[in-house]
Design a protein around this ligand. Structure first.
Ligand code: URP
Ligand code: ZN
Ligand code: ZN
Ligand code: ZN
Length: 465
């Protein structure tokens, strides 16, 4: 039996903050005891981690990443190996990535392809959602099988006609299926048909700079799609999880649905909380670094997102980590914003940015852990194995120094991408040590992890209903 003791820290979960010693046995949390009572209790351990003046928090659960995702004629620059290593550096110990069903393919073929990319390469644990891009009778049946196997959530797109887009009838059918099998439909809610018209009009008018990406992907077209997705889910009798919410009008749609008691959930991402259309309008082609969909919004949308996180109209903060290098990838869209590959890096930055949000008064410490660890785990059937520190849980634990100062930079980050969306930002708080199932992955700010340590985690169904 291997034992580790984390002594003297402030243990923070979604429910509690208590000074406690944490005993880990064979990769799981064995027990918690009052601070510095471990010796009196007779606990012994080969490894003792001193967490005095530190937080002891559950490893982050990032339920929205796209490692090595093919998109827009290129591939996201983090592999499962580099991306999960960067996740660990940033205190995230579980990712849920998206396997993709190609048009005309089975779900199985897509899932197998993603296992082939990830298996044996990850530094931390990982699961999969399935992107459903081609609904048919056989695919609907396959959804049942995937839920049984632990792929319990399905992303669909109201955007990207000709790529991932599904029309309302296909979406309704998938929702009906999910209502019967316990699956959770995750929606990319933007009216892609209308957006494509606005894209063509903008380009024809010579509006080719990155900032027009934000203008054509209008906030009202996010709100409209969010509203429509909610109504379709009501008709189907299924729950709904709206991904990467950025517009305050979309938050209002979610809040209205929740006020009616509907099982409708929302996720936002650090880029929408910390960045804005000011970044998209940076001079030259710099704005391309900030092209993602849904797009960054004017800064005055941020207040609604923070409020939504506090009032539980938004439940989860994930990253939508989908990195493309500025040189060689983002520049494919020089002279035509519609050819800039969509997506931002951030898997390494989420826990720290949200800690800064605690210091800035946007969230409480427990809400930080709730939105970044516990609720994503519950939403996607990983709780209480992931997302908390409690007896029986996997010992995915971060020792966090809430006083350390850092300056975010591409020079020092570990994501495989040549820029940082948060370059130069000063943050207080930093990950010091990370355990994944009791095994050190980062120790005192040094990487000691291994590709292949991370295991595939089959998931249960949504536990947030
Ligand atoms: O711009 C983004 N979000 N890229 C990743 C794909 C998606 O829609 O989540
Ligand atoms: Zn201190
Ligand atoms: Zn999306
Ligand atoms: Zn995404």
């Amino acid at each position: 039996m291997s034992r580790t003791l984390i002594r003297g820290g402030l243990v923070i979960t979604a429910a509690d903050e208590t000074y406690a010693d944490v005993l880990i046995e064979d990769g799981r949390i064995a027990a918690l005891a009052a601070r510095d009572s471990a010796a009196a209790a007779g606990w012994t351990a080969e490894t003792v981690i001193d967490a005095t003046d530190r937080y002891v928090i559950p490893g982050g659960v990032d339920v929205h990443t796209h490692m090595e995702m093919p998109f827009g004629g290129t591939t996201a620059s983090d592999t499962f190996e580099t991306g999960t290593r960067a996740a660990a550096w940033g205190g995230t110990t579980t990712i849920v990535d998206f396997a993709i069903q190609g048009i005309g393919q089975s779900l199985r073929a897509g899932l197998d392809a993603w296992h082939a990319k990830a298996d044996g390469r990850c530094a931390v644990d990982y699961g999969f959602h399935m992107i459903v891009s081609d609904v048919g009778e056989q695919v609907l049946k396959e959804m049942d099988i995937l839920v049984e196997e632990g792929v319990t959530s399905f992303k669909m797109f109201m955007a990207y006609p000709g790529v991932f887009y599904s029309d309302d009838g296909k979406i309704l059918q998938a929702m009906q299926r999910a209502s019967g099998n316990g699956g959770l439909i995750m929606m990319h809610a933007e009216n892609g048909i209308a957006i494509d018209v606005l894209v063509r009009q903008a380009l024809a008018a010579g509006k080719t700079d990155p900032r027009y990406h934000g203008e054509v992907r209008h906030a009202l077209l996010e709100a409209e799609a969010t509203h429509r997705a909610i109504q379709l889910a009501r008709v189907a009798g299924s729950p709904l999880y709206v991904v990467h919410v950025s517009a305050e009008q979309a938050v209002a749609e979610l809040a209205a649905a929740r006020d009616q008691g509907l099982p409708v959930f929302g996720e936002t991402c650090p880029q929408y909380l910390f960045l804005s259309t000011d970044n998209l309008a940076e001079p030259g082609f710099e704005g391309a670094k900030y092209v993602c969909s849904t797009p960054l919004r004017p800064a005055d949308h941020q207040a609604a997102l923070w409020r939504g996180l506090r009032t539980d109209d938004l439940q989860v903060v994930s990253t939508d980590h989908c990195p493309f290098c500025f040189t060689g990838q983002k520049d494919m869209g020089a002279g035509d914003f519609s050819k800039i590959p969509n997506g931002l890096p951030g898997v390494e930055n989420r826990m720290d940015l949200l800690h800064q949000a605690v210091l800035d008064g946007h969230l409480t410490r427990r809400r930080w852990i709730e939105t970044a660890c516990a609720t994503p785990a519950r939403m996607f059937g990983l709780y209480p194995r992931k997302g908390t520190i409690a007896p029986g849980a996997d010992a995915d634990v971060v020792v966090y120094d809430p006083h350390a100062e850092q300056v975010v930079s591409a020079q020092t980050h570990h994501m495989n991408v040549d820029y940082s969306a948060y370059e130069g930002r000063r943050l207080t708080g930093r990950v010091e040590t990370v355990l994944s199932r009791g095994v050190p992955v980062v120790r005192d700010r040094a990487y000691v992890g291994q590709a292949g340590h991370g295991r595939y985690v089959p998931r249960g169904t949504c536990q947030y209903l």
